[in-house]
Design a protein around this ligand. Structure first.
Ligand SMILES: [Zn+2]
Length: 361
């Protein structure tokens, strides 16, 4: 059964329904740039402008549950599977054929879906949405990249365009020699010490712990041994963080923090990375600072600086302390709230670390 709709206000997409039948050839002309499934069950997509998309639904069979997928031209660089929640079992990004990208959403058994009523709506030249399930399901938003339309001045827009071009580029992490390196990641604060408290009550301890854990996973995938100084909300003083690092053969120490400005000024935003001594620490700081700026367009570069923070002063190995943005700043706080941005920062930090390890070895 094929349903196709069209009108002058919106460009609708066809939702093809394959009830255990074969799949029609797909013809479209652009790549997926960002996607998100919101708590209300709406999938949003951002593509290059004037894309002709095709979407499909297939009933559950013995191999998999009910599935909805969208095909995009342009080859995906990093096939991956993302764990779902609520009615969604998992989301897979793959390349069904050379030069293609496929986003698959697989639903859990007994999810109530009405695919015959589904409509993919073109919101503008590069944004699309489709309601997949009822908001009665409790579901935590999942997504990658920024799907919302950009606003702002020309400079900000240029940054956004620059970012879009690198949308997949930043996901590509350099390879290093496996099982050779060891890194200590130190998520700042914890437990009764929440660190900075920002706009809307956002807490430094939560943000930096999540970012740190993602960095750990990314580095582990590259064969780098990673230790976190803390893995949950515990009160951990500074000396044990340092002694833990000094008792390992770690190559580097990376402390992750988020900033707050005096007087909680919303106009103060930006990223900075500190080192205490040595060209290695400085090089590591520079590599990381460069990468985190790339994923934070419009947020000021506060630079690579020497700082006398306890954890970087007393660790034996090259050590840096990163401030990933101001939780009190309007621009930074809005981003740091989002898991997508935290992931981007984690990728950026991992990339800076891997580049350093590759170079200094
Ligand atoms: Zn801090």
């Amino acid at each position: 059964m094929i349903k196709f709709l069209d009108n002058k206000l919106f460009r609708y997409l066809s939702v093809f329904l394959f009830l255990n039948s074969s799949i029609l050839p797909v013809k479209s002309s652009s790549a997926l740039a960002a996607w998100a499934i919101n708590t209300n069950g709406v999938l949003e997509l951002r593509t290059k402008s004037n894309t002709n998309l095709k979407a499909y639904f297939q009933k559950a069979n013995q191999i998999s549950g009910d599935r909805f997928w969208v095909d995009f031209p342009g080859e995906l660089k990093n096939p991956r599977t993302i764990k779902g929640n609520g009615p969604i079992k998992e989301i897979r990004l793959g390349k069904p054929d050379k030069g293609k990208t496929r986003l698959v959403i697989e639903f859990k058994e007994e999810t109530y879906l009405k695919p015959l009523t589904w409509q993919m709506v073109g919101l503008d030249q590069n944004r699309w949405s489709i309601k997949l399930f009822n908001s009665k399901y409790s579901f935590k938003k999942i997504g990658e990249g920024l799907v919302e339309k950009k606003r702002g001045n020309n400079k900000a827009n240029q940054n956004v365009i620059h970012y879009k071009k690198n949308n997949y580029g930043y996901l590509k992490l350099p390879e290093v020699k496996r099982n050779k390196f060891e890194v200590v990641i130190d998520p700042g604060h914890g437990g009764p010490d929440p660190g900075a408290i920002g706009i809307g009550g956002i807490r430094e301890t939560d943000v930096v712990l999540e970012v740190s854990k993602i960095v750990k996973n990314l580095l582990s995938e590259k064969g780098v041994k990673v230790r976190l100084t803390r893995t949950n909300e515990v009160d951990l003083d500074l000396p044990p963080r340092v002694s833990m690092a000094n008792n390992t053969d770690a190559d580097i120490f990376v402390s992750i923090h988020a900033n707050a400005s005096r007087g909680k000024r919303r106009d103060i935003n930006g990223l900075e990375t500190f080192y205490y001594r040595g060209w290695r620490g400085r090089l590591l700081a520079k590599r990381i600072q460069k990468q985190i700026l790339r994923v934070s367009p419009g947020s000021p570069d506060r630079g690579v600086k020497q700082g006398r923070f306890y954890v970087i002063k007393n660790t034996r190995m090259p050590a840096v302390l990163i401030e990933i943005g101001f939780l009190t700043g309007r621009l930074d706080a809005r981003r740091l709230e989002k898991i997508t941005h935290r992931k981007r920062l984690a990728y950026a930090i991992a990339k800076g670390i891997l580049e350093y390890l590759d170079k200094v070895g």
